[in-house]
Design a protein around this ligand. Structure first.
Ligand SMILES: CC(C)(COP(=O)(O)OP(=O)(O)OC[C@H]1O[C@@H](n2cnc3c(N)ncnc32)[C@H](O)[C@@H]1OP(=O)(O)O)[C@@H](O)C(=O)NCCC(=O)NCCS
Length: 176
């Protein structure tokens, strides 16, 4: 029987809250996303994304489009957010495949907070989380021109598995 998003969500283990200081000296909190409490703040973050920080059409360019995307991620997946004080500055989400073996990952750090080490810390914690949750691997797609994202993904162990149009990348969690 096909799992519904709600059934999938119930199976996600808790994400341990962590704090760290970024390269600029700000205290960052990494914690599980709460769709009731955080939805508006997350949509606000994405609404202020500049066009050059979008990747493969994401985040969507309209508020209603962002809301629909964020609702889909909450329904079918699991997310963590990076916060400075009460402000969400980064978001990393996973959506399991139909068979539940692998997850598809996306990650975005707001342009005012990039290049401070936040993306790498968020990704590293999400990799640890996916491994401890029992997934076999993590897939993602990025644009071949997205040098920073590709650098970060490769640094954390992802390999390019298909480069026909975009870069399809994969991390085998048995190797980390
Ligand atoms: C990609 C992204 C998630 C990375 O998060 P971040 O917090 O900015 O990344 P970090 O600060 O942790 O790390 C950036 C790394 O990229 C490197 N970098 C920066 N610009 C680079 C470039 N043009 N080419 C190669 N490497 C670059 C930095 O030197 C740093 O690497 P280092 O720690 O080895 O020195 C974030 O920049 C982002 O959201 N970008 C826009 C949206 C996007 O591309 N999302 C990915 C979806 S496909």
């Amino acid at each position: 029987m096909r799992q519904t998003g709600t059934e999938k969500r119930r199976n996600f283990p808790r994400f341990p809250l962590t704090e760290f200081t970024d390269r600029k000296g700000d205290l960052i909190t990494l914690r599980e996303y709460d769709h009731v409490k955080d939805r508006e703040n997350l949509v606000d973050m994405y609404e202020s994304f500049t066009p050059e920080n979008r990747c493969l059409g994401l985040p969507p360019s309209t508020r209603i489009g962002i809301e629909m995307w964020v609702d889909y991620l909450a329904e079918d997946g699991f997310s963590v957010v990076a916060e400075i004080g009460e402000k969400i500055v980064g978001h990393c989400s996973i959506v399991p495949s139909e068979d539940g073996k692998v997850v598809d990952l996306s990650i975005f750090v707001h342009q005012d907070y990039q290049d401070r080490g936040i993306g790498q810390r968020m990704l590293k914690k999400m990799i640890e989380y996916c491994k401890s949750a029992g997934f076999e691997g993590i897939t993602l797609i990025t644009e071949r021109t997205n040098k920073r994202a590709i650098h970060v993904y490769k640094k954390l162990g992802f390999e390019v598995v298909d480069m026909h149009f975009e870069y399809d990348m994969y991390l085998d969690l048995s190797k980390v």
